[in-house]
Write a protein that binds this ligand. Structure first.
Ligand SMILES: Nc1nc2c(ncn2[C@@H]2O[C@H](COP(=O)(O)OP(=O)(O)OP(=O)(O)O)[C@@H](O)[C@H]2O)c(=O)[nH]1
Ligand SMILES: [Mg+2]
Length: 328
């Protein structure tokens, strides 16, 4: 047995659940501050306990509203909850999101809840990486459930399945053609489908339609997506939604190695991304510092060299000596 080394002070603050420390570290992760690396490294062995649930779906289907009611439900079950909203296009806690105020808004001092938005626009890559790192911090801070909201349908470069152990795709009745074209992709993502706004007409038909499709398709890794109907407005179907999420989590644990296998797949993607990030960053730095770079650009612009050949040369230059660069 190795004796655990003393944690850095900031890591200790996270483990203690110090919200200010958490917020500051998340900001540093967002701004890609390399000084968080040792803190994340120290915390890594303390992660892997939270249930990480992704909620994704087209714009305006009610993801934030559902997160709000799910949050209240989880609090009533005594669970602590952290929420990460990636690229929120509507305010999370503004009274305008829901007609009536949710528990969260009545009780901003609730220590069992932590909410954070993260913007991806205008940032050079690394959104999925940053999201994963933020989720791990929240996991190390002992939140029982971490809910991650993203806008789906390929509008952001984060694949929710790479972050969450259970992914919920939120839809609404009568999404029409948009969903028809999305459906194949959605079945790749969804462990659970939630037809929200079931207070509107057509919800039953939409849920039935999805259930049939789920029944027809081949089960992905032995799991067929579960379809639930909900209304965040009327606060119906939320218990069913959580039950479906728990059923998928139980499925992951029902067979030895199943959850580990899913984790390994996510980690494989993450590692590729991290290496790609580093190679890209180093290439950009070297190019800037390299006096022959301007010549290469001239050659391509003057049609003496094609871009692929130029890129090959850059790659060889960067790649050939990348092992000499310092560790982050
Ligand atoms: N009728 C009805 N309206 C709802 C329901 N849930 C949410 N809405 C409304 O739908 C609109 C969008 O809700 P949001 O929760 O912001 O949806 P979102 O998917 O998070 O939106 P983006 O983050 O912008 O993609 C708001 O006007 C909500 O009041 C519901 O169950 N029924
Ligand atoms: Mg939203």
């Amino acid at each position: 047995m190795t004796v655990p080394r003393a944690l850095p002070a900031e890591a200790r603050a996270v483990v203690r659940g110090d919200r200010r420390a958490l917020a500051q570290l998340i900001t540093r992760i967002e701004s890609r501050d390399p000084s968080v690396a040792p803190i994340l490294r120290a915390l890594h062995p303390r992660t892997g306990h939270a249930t990480v649930v992704g909620l994704t779906g087209p714009l305006g289907v009610g993801k934030s509203s559902l997160v709000n009611v799910l949050l209240a439900h989880l609090r009533s079950l005594g669970k602590t909850v952290a929420v990460v909203a990636v690229d929120p296009s509507s305010p999370f806690t503004g009274g305008s999101v829901l007609g009536d105020r949710i528990r969260l808004e009545r009780d901003p001092g609730d220590a069992g809840v932590f909410i954070r938005s993260m913007a991806s626009r205008g940032r050079a890559g690394g959104v999925a990486t940053a999201t994963r790192e933020v989720v791990r911090l929240l996991d190390a801070a002992h939140y029982d459930v971490v809910l991650v909201e993203t806008v789906g349908s390929g509008q952001v470069d984060i694949e929710i399945r790479d972050v969450a152990s259970t992914s919920v795709v939120v839809l609404v009745p009568h999404l029409g053609d948009e969903v028809q074209t999305l459906k194949a992709g959605l079945f790749e993502i969804a462990d659970v489908f939630c037809v929200n706004k079931s207070d509107l007409p057509g919800a039953d038909a939409a849920a039935k339609d999805l259930s049939e499709l789920a029944g027809l398709g081949a089960a992905r890794d032995g799991w067929r997506p579960v379809v639930v109907s909900a209304s965040a407005r009327d606060k119906t179907g939320v218990t069913e939604l959580w039950t479906a999420i728990e059923a998928h989590e139980a499925f992951l644990d029902a067979e030895p190695g199943r959850r580990a296998e899913a984790d390994r797949r996510r980690i494989a993607n993450e590692l590729v991304e991290l290496v790609r990030d580093r190679v890209a960053r180093e290439a950009a730095e070297r190019l800037q510092a390299d006096p022959s770079h301007g010549k290469l650009l001239d050659e391509v612009a003057e049609r003496r060299l094609d871009p692929r050949t130029a890129a090959d040369r850059i790659y060889e230059r960067t790649h050939g000596s990348s092992s000499r660069t310092r560790r982050r």
